[in-house]
Design a protein around this ligand. Sequence first.
Ligand code: PLP
Length: 387
Amino acid sequence: MKLVYADNNATTRVDDEVLEEMLPYFKEYYGNPSSIHTFGRQVAGKMDQARERVATILGADTSEIVFTSCGTESNNYAIHCSLEAHPDKKHVITTKVEHPAVLNVCKYFGKNGYEVTELDVDKGGMLDLDELRDSIKDNTAIVSIMHANNETGVIFPIEEIGKIVKEKGALFHCDAVQAIGKIPINLKHSYIDLLSMSGHKLHAPKGVGVLFIRKGVRIDPLIIGGHQEDNRRSGTENVPYIIGLGKACELAEGYVKAEQTEVRCLRDKLEKGIKDQLTHVVINGENSDRLPNTSSVSFEYVEGEATLLLLDMAGIATSSGSACTTGSAEPSHVLQAMGVPPVTSRGTIRFSLSKYNTEEDVDYILEKLVPIIKRLQSLSPLFEDSQ
Ligand code: PLP
């Protein structure tokens, strides 16, 4: 059976060049980068190179890069420690469409004496920047807003957002986990103070991430222990994975180019095929600025879980929301915030492509998907009534 992986916002395949770069650091060069002997120094030098590669792709300085274990840790670090650094400021702002790795951190603080503002989005998944401006108060410690949405791919204008946040004097954290490797980013002249990224979304392995901390931003570490990462993140570094992430960052310019050209064409072909061959279909955020690889499609009168399972039986991997919320019966909080009624959002499938997908993959998805949806829709009494 043909297999098609169309769930790249959940995780990506490790690039062959990334894996090749990592392999010697399991068996040949296995020193601890903190050791001063040759074994340690060999590894420390390679880790410096990885840090430089990450800094280059972000337009940052190497001193601003802290390696973490994942995007979730980076988000926790940014929000938790910014709040701790400003004990007199008890207000956090975020949006209703963030990943749980931001939303649930804010909710935690909400239960512990903080005021949390969750900004609304419109039908297209966009923020109202006036609402953001009006929400920032003297006691707002941090504003945490994502770069690109993991479910719909909708991109927020983070520089406009950052300018507003900085004019009002709060810290600005950006969860850029889904954006890096798909769209260009440059932090050099940016308003972003703190930025999260994750290796496994850009063809590096799972279990490695980065928190960018702009020079001059003073926050204490989240994980306390030894002196690693310049005392900003204790724990012996995950050397091979950090090296893998560094290599992926070196290749990321190529990834972005492929996303903007070939991957976008594949995504557009998929959406056109769906719209041409099916009725009662909504593409969420279709008219907004979106990631080139992502398509969130609501098939009305259908349960997303049923579609997902039938596609899986045909060898096609997709998601019925974000990987982290799949399995919960709750409608997607992102689509809910965009005003998509539950009957529509329940039928949503997220297709997320990558440079490893081909035209044949898209043809295969359409070949299998169209009869599945037609059959499921025909089983719905409500669909019959709508005809
Ligand atoms: N932020 C966003 C927008 C994500 O999509 C994800 C993962 O899906 C995360 C954070 C969490 O990243 P990680 O899986 O590295 O913890």
